[in-house]
Write a protein that binds this ligand. Structure first.
Ligand code: 4AD
Ligand code: MG
Length: 427
């Protein structure tokens, strides 16, 4: 008995004339009088199967789109077949006969989201999932290579990044929040481990319906002791470049299927351009976009700014006033914070936000009070400053946004298998 192999093993060549066993799903079916053509799909690719043996025809003619199948057949070269190879079936068995598949001509985004559980198996979506898997792998590889420990934090918390975007949950009669960031716990773990990272979901009650916001997204965060803003910017450019290089090299077929040129990603290498918020406003003003100093950059402004660069750009020193409580004022220019955002070209949005961390408890407590938070809930966090504080810095990367950019997707909803937004929580 030969073993089942994958379609990609056949497409790789060298099996001409051999009998192979394949299994997968019927991607397309075409029936003629004495022959049935089934394009078979598995996790590795598609291949045409011709069934014309009389004893197999009855079963083959039952095949519906997306039925699952096991078959044996002889490999032969055929220029007309997709991929250049065809299987002449010698055995053919339907395992799970599919009902009429609901995805046909209607490919409107809303309909495809309604039937997402069935659409996730389509070749284009699978190309995205494979790229996404490689992105996660790249992040882990990069941090392992640099001596970081993977460390975890709870999702039920009392601390928060920004009051507006909180999900409150009933926790045995008490109000807790779903975590927006791993950062606060990371700052405690850092006193023992020095360099740590995580990849985990974060939750944001984003009411805004944009192409780059999810309510549940995957957040890759790092925190490092003894690191300053310059060191942090280096980690940003190295990590993003590492991901781009790996995806360009290992997922070029998938990128091409999505209409994305792998060479474009392979060209992303350090150093990245760096610009201050204040200089960014000057660039924007030249472009006819006036932003009042002190306001955070909005979507159209971020997008316009990135048109000046063909690599991700690191924007530094945003106004202290509009930043999270833990981002410290710059001693040389206290109206700005020692922080950064990384914006990607083309889609033109933020993929990374990070900063040095304030060590001044009084300053943080005041900033928290100004945002309506009770500093008492952060008392444990302040302990990390009371007992052997060290200068440190960290950032968070939106992994789904990263995937969206790498794949060139119009919406972040297509960068994650089952997106969660204000309106989308089914399936
Ligand atoms: O800029 P943010 O809010 O930073 C933090 O949470 C820090 N505590 C991270 C840290 O320093 N450890 O979020 C970080 C990144 C953003 O740059 C963005 O890419 C992504 O998370 N992000 C979202 N992605 C998808 N949907 C949302 N609603 C997102 N909100 C933030
Ligand atoms: Mg941010």
């Amino acid at each position: 008995m030969t073993e089942f192999i994958h379609i990609s093993d056949v497409l790789a060549g060298g099996l001409e004339g051999k009998t192979v066993k394949l299994r997968g799903w019927a991607y397309r079916v075409r029936e003629q009088k004495d022959i049935v053509f089934v394009v078979l799909r598995d996790s590795s690719g598609i291949i045409q199967v011709a069934i014309k043996e009389p004893k197999l025809l009855k079963e083959a003619k039952k095949t519906t789109i997306e039925s699952s199948i096991e078959l044996s057949g002889v490999v032969r070269a055929d220029k007309r077949a997709p991929g250049g190879w065809e299987i002449a079936a010698t055995d053919f068995k339907i395992i799970g006969l599919a009902e009429r598949f609901p995805i046909g001509k209607d490919l409107s985004p809303e309909f495809l989201l309604d039937v997402r559980h069935l659409w996730v198996r389509s070749p284009k979506m699978c190309a995205i999932w494979k790229i996404r898997s490689t992105v996660f792998e790249a992040i882990r590889e990069y941090f392992k290579m640099k001596g970081y420990w993977e460390a975890h934090a709870p999702f039920f918390t009392k601390t928060s990044e920004s009051g507006l975007e909180l999900f409150e949950v009933d926790y045995f009669g008490k109000k807790l929040r779903l975590s927006q960031t791993w950062q606060f716990y990371a700052e405690a773990l850092l006193a023992g481990l020095e360099r740590i990272y995580t990849i985990a979901p974060s939750f944001r009650a984003e009411k805004s319906k944009t192409a780059r916001h999810l309510t549940e997204y995957w957040h890759a965060e790092m925190e490092a002791a003894w690191m300053d803003l310059d060191g942090l910017a280096k980690v940003c450019e190295e990590l993003i470049s590492y991901i781009c290089q790996k995806v360009a090299k290992e997922r070029s077929a998938e990128l091409k299927l999505l209409g994305r040129d792998p060479k474009k990603l392979a060209a992303i290498k350090p150093p990245f351009p760096r610009i201050t918020y204040t200089d960014a406003l000057k660039l924007l003003e030249k472009d006819g976009m006036k932003v009042v100093w002190g306001k955070d950059l909005r979507t159209p402004e971020e997008k316009q700014l990135t048109t000046h660069f063909d690599k991700p750009v690191i924007v530094m020193f945003y106004p202290k006033e509009v930043m999270a409580f833990y981002k410290p004022a710059d001693p040389k220019e206290p109206r700005v914070a020692r922080c950064l955002d990384v914006l990607v070209p083309e889609l033109g949005f933020e993929v990374i936000g990070g900063s040095e961390r304030d060590l001044d408890i009084k300053a943080m407590a005041a900033a928290l009070r100004a945002k309506g938070e009770d500093p008492k809930d952060y008392d444990w966090y302040f302990d990390t400053r009371r007992y052997g504080a060290v200068p440190h810095a960290g950032f968070g990367m939106g992994v789904d946004r990263m995937v969206q950019w790498l794949c060139g997707l119009a919406s972040i909803k297509d960068a994650i298998p089952f997106p969660r937004t204000v309106e989308r929580y089914y399936p």
